[in-house]
Ligand binder design. Structure first.
Ligand code: NAD
Length: 263
């Protein structure tokens, strides 16, 4: 097992990706705090994953964009499970709106959750880890959208681009304390993997499929396995990496033909 006796805190742990990340870290031996703004949904996740001889799992409600909530969440996780040494920042919101239509409240909320929330969690954990000499690992969930622009994504893509830079800056600042900070940048992840274009589906999904060399959408487990690796000692010389897990869709003009017959 990759994470025996470790204690992980997963924000957004009740969501599509977060709950599978929580289950995967637990499968690898970690006790897990499932932190989410939606405390009922977090409890449903821990209800499914708790019991038997599995490592402990606990649900904690909290808003990562709020400094006081972050301090409370970290304190409760530590009190219930012991010293946290793995932090996965998966809480995020994904609105899509052209700049000419966006309201400033929505703009600010995206950055407050996706960027400030991640920073506050990293700051709280890093302060504790430095004081207690804990060689922790942080994995931030970014997005392919952080490096690839699309209409409607100014705030979301902008927040994830900044998250990538936050990851690299923190890798530099925390490396001397043996704290590693990495990110995973997923492509399109759906609960049910889609392999074929269909008129019944949203055009976004069809176009993503056409631009994905591996020919399918991602599953939450594709991301969770990478998170487990980056959280573990198997990646002990990896920090400041932004790990693209996209089926290849991030590679560029993936669905263009060759130019052989262009003339
Ligand atoms: N699904 C995808 O295709 C995809 C692709 C790339 C990146 N991502 C990223 O992965 C992460 C998870 O996405 P998902 O698809 O699981 O979304 P989701 O909406 O299913 O899950 C997000 C979770 O975060 C929680 N949350 C929202 N705001 C919060 C806050 N302020 N404090 C605490 N919790 C909060 C929500 O309650 C929800 O449970 C996000 O950061 C998203 O940007 C997703």
């Amino acid at each position: 097992m990759l994470l025996s006796s470790r204690v992980a805190l997963v924000t957004g742990g009740a969501g599509r990706l977060g709950r599978v990340i929580a289950a995967t870290l637990q499968r690898e031996g970690a006790s897990v705090a499932v932190v989410d703004k939606d405390s009922q949904a977090a409890k449903a996740v821990t209800g499914e994953l708790g019991g038997g001889d599995r490592p402990a799992i606990t649900a904690i409600g909290g808003d990562v964009s709020d400094t006081g909530e972050v301090a409370r969440v970290v304190g409760e996780a530590t009190a219930q499970l012991g010293q946290v040494d793995v932090l996965v920042n998966c809480a995020g919101i994904v609105p899509s709106r052209p700049v000419v239509e966006v309201e400033v409240e929505e703009w600010d909320r995206v950055f407050a959750v996706n960027l400030r929330g991640t920073m506050l969690m990293c700051q709280a954990m890093a302060r504790e880890w430095i004081a207690r000499d804990v060689k922790g690992a942080i994995v931030n969930i970014s997005s392919g959208a952080g490096r690839s622009a699309r209409a409607g994504g100014a705030h979301y893509s902008g927040s994830k681009a900044a998250l990538n830079m936050l990851t690299e800056v923190l890798a530099i600042e925390l490396g001397p304390h043996a704290i590693r900070v990495n990110a995973v940048a997923p492509g399109l992840i759906l609960d049910d993997v889609v392999t074929e274009e269909s008129e019944a589906r949203h055009p976004y999904i069809n176009l993503m499929l056409r631009g994905t060399p591996l020919g399918r959408t991602g599953a939450p487990a594709d991301i969770a396995e990478a998170v487990a690796f980056l959280a573990s000692e198997r990646s002990s010389w990896t920090t400041g990496s932004i790990f693209d897990i996209t089926g290849g869709s991030h590679c560029g003009r993936t669905h263009m033909p060759t130019t052989e017959d262009l003339s």
